[in-house]
Write a protein that binds this ligand. Structure first.
Ligand code: IPD
Ligand code: CA
Ligand code: CA
Ligand code: CA
Length: 274
């Protein structure tokens, strides 16, 4: 669809409102912190609050945007007719949430194209809300990226000016499957001696927003899902960051390397292995 600046701003406004509303529900945890189920493996958990948060987001979207499609982590895809797909991560950082570590977020993105096909989609508006810090990261295409606090302070974001990988604080994350983790362990062993330090903070959406804010210099992860990436990727690029995928292609779920272009160029060869 052709989206005017006003239409993009409307989508962003809704993404923000939804992320904040769901984030406030999640932090109150009216249904506790316990595991509701395990998914792909014993390490891959879902709590009742993941499910409640996603239900809230879906209910709001069904009421306000009935023609849009929905792709969310904890439910079936909903088809649409408008060309816009909402890509939802109701709690990004579920393992932190389960342990009451206050580092998790709600990620809401409005996308065009097909978010299930790598490289075939684009986020046009998105928001990531970190309820424990009361921080909302948001952007729409062409707007620049912003951090808005619950206190009402707004700051324009830009990525770190660091250009040397050896002085860089680099975020990463690990998937849930043992074979994937074995591979990720080998890669992190290669990266660690060449950087200032590594952070595995536990939420890909926050990692991307923290690169946008210069709190991390760069970030890489393989095996993300569209909902981990959709909103944070737009915040990052609108903050002047670069995103790179496997073989120099657009960033996608198989590999995402994010940061200032100079650091992406240095990090990619270390992490981009088949
Ligand atoms: C996970 C987090 C984590 C990343 C994993 C994701 P979830 O999402 O973003 O930081 O390393 O790859 O699956 O399961 O907490 O929504
Ligand atoms: Ca996630
Ligand atoms: Ca999640
Ligand atoms: Ca999950």
């Amino acid at each position: 669809p052709q989206l005017s600046t006003a239409a993009l701003a409307t989508l962003e406004r809704l993404a923000r409102d939804l992320a904040v509303e769901a984030g406030r529900l999640v932090i109150e945890r009216p249904h506790g912190l316990g595991v509701a189920a395990t998914k792909s493996s014993e390490t891959d958990v879902v709590t009742v609050m993941d499910q409640r948060s996603e239900q809230l987001l879906r209910d709001r979207l069904a009421a306000e945007r009935p023609d849009d499609a929905i792709l969310g982590e904890e439910g079936d895809s909903v088809p649409g007719t408008s060309g816009i797909t909402w890509v939802l991560d109701p709690i990004d950082g579920t393992v932190n949430y389960l342990y009451d570590i206050p580092q998790y977020a709600v990620s809401v993105a409005a996308c065009v194209g097909d978010p299930t096909t790598p490289g075939a989609w684009e986020t046009v508006a998105g928001a990531v809300y970190h309820p424990s810090l009361g921080e909302l990261f948001h952007a729409h295409r062409g707007s620049g990226a912003f951090l808005r606090t619950d206190a009402g302070d707004v700051e324009a974001l830009s990525v770190s000016g660091e250009t040397a990988l050896g002085r860089s604080l680099v975020g990463t994350g690990f998937g849930y499957a043992a074979d994937v983790r074995r591979r990720q362990g080998e890669i992190v062993a290669r990266v660690l001696p060449q950087v200032r330090d590594i952070r595995r903070a536990g939420s890909a959406a926050i990692d991307l927003c923290w690169v946008a804010a210069g709190r991390l210099d760069a970030y890489y992860e393989s095996g993300l899902n569209p909902w981990d990436l959709a909103a944070g990727a737009l915040v990052l690029t609108e903050a002047g960051g670069a995103l790179r995928g496997p073989g120099g292609e657009p960033a996608q779920t198989r590999l995402t390397v994010a940061g200032p272009q100079a650091l992406v160029d240095q990090l990619a060869p270390l992490v981009d292995t088949p």
